[in-house]
Structure formats: C-alpha cells, structure tokens
Design a protein around this ligand. Structure first.
Ligand SMILES: C[S@@+](CC[C@H](N)C(=O)[O-])C[C@H]1O[C@@H](n2cnc3c(N)ncnc32)[C@H](O)[C@@H]1O
Length: 236
C-alpha cells in the first residue's frame, strides 16, 4: 500500500537532526538581531520574517510531500536519480532521500542554504541555472529533474538578463533538461509567480501566456496548484 501524505512527513521528521537545525536557526536570528542599530527597522523585520520562514521545517515537509506524490516518488519504485534546480535548502530532496531516492540540488550561492542542506544530508551545490545555457555536463542519466517554486530570476549576468525568461528561454531549458533524462524520465516543474495573487487578482506566472500553455499541453499530470509533470518524450 502507498504511504499517506502524513506517513511521508512523519518518516522525514523522524530523520531530522532538530538540535543542529534549531542551532542554525538561532545563529541566523542572532546575526539579524546584531544589525538592529545598523539597518532600518523595516529591513530587519523583513529579514526576520523571511529567515524564520525558511526554518519552519514541518510546514515545508507538508508542502513538498504533495510534490513527492505528484511526481510518483512514493510508490516504492526506485531508487530514482533526481536533480533539483533552485532547490533552496534541499528540503524536497531530503524527503526524496527518506523514500530511498538520491540526488543533487543546485541553487545560487548561499551560506545559509548550504548549511541547512548539510544538516539535512543533501548534496547541495552552488550552480545557477542560466537562460539559454545548458545545465552542467555531468548531469546525465537522471530519472527526474525538479524545479519547484522557481522562476530562475535571481541573477543578472552573462546570458541571464534581469528580464523574466520568455518562451524561447523556457523551451531551451525544457529541451536541455529532457535530454538529461533516462527513457521514461520526467521534469517536475512548478513555476513561481511573477506577480503574486491577491484577494481580487489571480496573479501572473509569465508575461507570455504561451509558456503556461506549453507546460499544460506537454504535461501528463497538472494539478490545481500549478504543478506539472512533463515526460522526457515531450521535449526529446
Ligand atoms: C521560492 S524558492 C524555492 C526553493 C525550493 N525549490 C523550495 O521549493 O523549497 C526559489 C529558489 O530559486 C532560487 N533561484 C532563483 N534564481 C535562480 C537561478 N538562476 N538558478 C538557480 N536557482 C535560482 C532561489 O535562490 C531560491 O532558492
């Protein structure tokens, strides 16, 4: 029988080194507090909110357990080789590991993410995803390439402009990612909002609506949360 969402979360929680996690949380809270007399109040408040949010592990495990199920990573088939792009602290890969899979997470350089991933035992590497640029050559023969809550917007150099990716950049990315997959492999993608929804407005993911159409049209699974499971065969 397949594990339930709660069973997936409980198993992951049972493998967390909470002492190290909370120590790191306190260390970052102290770093921010030390800047109280230096930085403006609103900057301090924003940082405090953001940093604390990252450490709410159970909440993020609940969130990613949904992605694990959509990507069929809980079915006992495996182990699968995963590359997680824009992986943050590596929490998605951590759950995957507790289910017997293994993989590597890439993000832009961040001391905090690196240390969070270390506590979670996730192979975390600083390697940005750039527009119209192949992923690092070493990543081949994968079963899943995931990119969760991303828009690859955090850089502005070389081929990566400050502008959000357009249709060409997304097509380039999806073709390159598909070429790294084993037969039967998938891309699991969840775009982040360009403009977040409000009570009166549904929000915007992409400036060019054709990008969302492409994700919908190529996916074998699409959820109400805008999670798309795209098979290799759609792009390779
Ligand atoms: C909203 S967070 C999502 C983190 C993680 N995927 C999760 O769901 O917990 C977006 C992530 O994308 C990363 N990111 C933004 N632009 C990137 C780029 N060009 N290459 C790699 N990562 C990037 C950010 O640093 C951040 O960690």
């Amino acid at each position: 029988m397949l594990p339930s969402k709660q069973e997936i979360v409980d198993k992951a929680l049972s493998e967390v080194n909470f002492e190290a996690w909370e120590n790191l949380h306190r260390e970052y809270a102290d770093k921010i507090a030390a800047q109280r007399d230096v930085w403006p109040q609103d900057r301090i408040e924003k940082l405090e909110r953001n940093y604390s949010k990252y450490f709410e592990l159970e909440k993020w495990l609940q969130y990613h357990s949904r992605h694990v199920m959509t990507a069929d990573l809980h079915d006992g088939e495996g182990p699968k080789r995963i590359l997680d792009l824009g992986c943050g602290a590596g929490i998605f890969l951590f759950i995957c590991r507790t289910l017997g899979h293994h993989g590597v997470g890439l993000d832009i350089d961040s001391g905090m993410y690196r240390r969070m991933a270390e506590i979670l035992g996730v192979d975390w590497r600083a390697s940005p995803v750039l527009a119209n640029t192949p992923l690092p050559e070493e990543f081949q023969g994968l079963d899943l390439i995931s990119a969760i809550a991303i828009k690859f917007d955090r850089l502005d150099y070389g081929p990566q402009s400050a502008e959000p990716w357009g249709l060409d950049e997304w097509q380039y990315f999806l073709r390159d990612a598909a070429s790294r997959l084993n037969p039967g492999g998938h891309i699991f993608i969840k775009p982040n909002y360009l403009i977040h929804p409000t009570e009166t407005d549904p929000g915007v993911f992409f400036k060019d609506g054709r990008i969302m159409d492409m994700m919908r049209d190529t996916s074998v699974k699409a959820t109400e949360h805008f999670d798309f499971l795209i098979p290799k065969s759609a792009f390779a």
